[in-house]
Design a binder for this molecule. Structure first.
Ligand SMILES: *Cc1c(COP(=O)(O)O)cnc(C)c1O
Length: 390
C-alpha cells in the first residue's frame, strides 16, 4: 500500500512506571520466608505514614477495600447516610452500600469537578454520618470548607484520595487532610502494587479497627501468634481477607521512593497541556485551585460544546481513531442502572455534574510519556476540535 503511513502507537491515558529496582525488590521478597503478612507490610505502612506526615497507614488489597474499611471504621450501617460526589468512580458510593448505609449524591463545582461544599452541606440530615470528598484527577478537594461543614454537624470527613497520592494543599500532604484518606495502587494510579490500597488516619483507634477488619475481624495475625508461640486468636467482628502481600508491599515501597520524581513529571506534562489549552477557543482545562500541589492522575479538558458542531462522543471517536487513549472520568454514579433501581436516583438530580459529564475528556498523562508524545496529543486534539468547529 503505497500511501499507507505507519500507524502511530496507541497512547493510553495512564500507565505504570516499573524500573529494575522495583523488580529487584519484588524478587528479594519472593526468595524470603514471608510472602504475606510478613515484615514488608509494616515497612510499607510506616513509609506511607512518614511520607504523608500522618500517624497511621493501613494497607489493604485494593482501593475499594480501603473505602470499605474506612466505612467500617466509622461504623457506617443501615440507616446511615454518607454524602459522596456525583462524579467519581462507582466504588466510592459502593463502599457505603457494602456497610448497609446509603450514599447521597452531591453536585460538584463545574470548573474543578470537586464536590461542592455548599451542595454537600445542603444534603446533611440527622442520619448523615460522613462526607466523602474525591480528589478528582489528583487535585485535593476544598478540605477547609468541608471541615467547617463536618465540624458544624459532628460528621466524619473522608478523602477518597485514590487519584492524589503525592499532592498537597497549603503545604499539607494529601493523606493528612481528612479523618480517613483512601488510596489505590492500581497500575494507572500514582504508585502501583498491581492491585493494592491503603487508608491513612491520624487516629490510632481507627487504624487498629481497620487492621482487624482486613484480617477476617481477627485481633492477632499469624506472625504475631508465631512470635508469641501461641495458636490462640479471637474473631471480634465480621471482617474480610483484604490483606496486601509482602511482595506487593516491597513493590509499593520501591515505587514510593520515586513518587516525587513521577509527580514532577506529571506536573511537567500538565504544564505543557496548560500552555497549549489555557487560551484555546474550543477546549478548557479544569481549574487549578489556589494552594494546590496537583498530583495529576488525570488531565481533563472540557469541550466548548457551544462552539463545536458535534458532541463529545464524536470527538472521543476521532481521537481514539488517531491512537489517543482518551477516556471519560466519570459517568455520574447516580445514572447507573444499579443506583436507579436500588436508590431511585435519576438524571436531573445533580445538574452540574451531568452537564460536566457531557463535555469532559481525559488526555493521556503518565510519567513515561515523552515530550514528543505530549506534542502529539496537543497537535492531534487541536486539529481534531478545530475540524469540528461550527
Ligand atoms: C481507582 C479508584 C478507586 C478504586 O480503587 P481500586 O484499587 O481499583 O479498587 C476508588 N475511587 C477512586 C476515585 C478511584 O480512582
Amino acid at each position: 500500500m503505497a500511501n499507507a503511513t505507519p500507524a502511530e502507537p496507541f497512547l493510553p491515558y495512564g500507565r505504570q512506571t516499573i524500573d529494575e529496582a522495583d523488580i529487584a525488590a519484588v524478587v528479594e521478597v519472593l526468595r524470603s520466608d514471608w510472602l504475606t503478612t510478613g515484615p514488608m507490610v509494616g515497612k510499607f505502612e510506616q513509609a506511607l505514614a512518614q511520607y504523608m506526615e500522618v500517624a497511621q497507614a493501613v494497607v489493604v488489597s485494593n482501593g475499594t477495600a480501603a473505602l470499605h474499611a474506612a466505612m467500617h471504621a466509622l461504623d457506617v450501617g443501615p440507616g446511615d447516610e454518607v454524602i459522596v460526589p456525583a462524579i467519581t468512580f462507582a466504588a466510592t458510593a459502593n463502599a457505603v452500600l457494602y456497610q448497609g448505609g446509603t450514599p447521597i449524591f452531591a453536585d460538584i463545582d463545574p470548573d474543578t469537578l470537586l464536590i461542592d461544599p455548599a451542595a454537600a452541606a445542603a444534603l446533611v440530615t440527622p442520619r448523615t454520618k460522613a462526607i466523602v470528598a474525591v480528589d478528582y484527577g489528583g487535585q485535593p478537594a476544598d478540605y477547609p470548607a468541608l471541615r467547617q461543614v463536618t465540624d458544624r454537624h459532628g460528621l466524619a470527613l473522608v478523602a477518597d484520595a485514590c487519584h492524589a497520592l503525592g499532592g498537597s494543599l497549603h503545604g499539607m500532604k494529601v493523606g493528612a487532610l481528612a479523618d480517613l484518606s483512601t488510596f489505590s495502587f492500581h497500575p494507572v494510579k500514582p504508585i502501583t502494587t498491581g492491585e493494592g490500597g491503603a487508608i491513612t488516619t491520624p487516629q490510632p483507634d481507627l487504624a487498629a479497627k481497620m487492621r482487624t477488619f482486613r484480617n477476617h475481624g481477627i485481633t492477632s495475625d499469624h506472625r504475631q501468634r508465631e512470635k508469641a508461640g501461641s495458636y490462640f486468636y479471637e474473631q471480634v467482628v465480621l471482617g474480610f481477607n483484604f490483606r496486601l502481600t509482602d511482595f506487593q508491599c516491597a513493590l509499593g515501597l520501591s515505587q514510593l521512593r520515586r513518587l516525587d520524581e513521577m509527580t514532577q513529571r506529571r506536573q511537567g506534562i500538565a504544564a505543557q497541556y496548560d500552555a497549549a489549552f489555557a487560551d484555546h477557543p474550543l477546549v478548557t482545562p479544569l481549574r487549578k485551585r489556589n494552594g494546590v500541589n496537583h498530583a495529576y492522575h488525570l488531565y481533563v479538558i472540557q469541550l466548548r460544546l457551544d462552539q463545536l458542531g458535534v458532541n463529545r462522543q464524536e470527538v472521543f471517536q476521532a481521537l481514539r481513531q488517531a491512537g489517543l487513549g482518551v477516556n471519560v472520568h466519570y459517568i455520574p454514579v447516580h445514572w447507573h442502572p444499579f443506583y436507579r433501581e436500588k436508590l431511585g436516583t435519576q438524571p436531573g438530580q445533580c445538574p452540574r455534574a451531568e452537564a460536566a459529564y457531557e463535555r469532559i475528556l481525559s488526555l493521556p498523562i503518565f510519567p513515561r510519556m515523552t515530550d514528543a508524545d505530549v506534542a502529539r496529543v496537543i497537535g492531534t486534539v487541536d486539529r481534531c476540535v478545530r475540524g469540528f468547529a461550527r
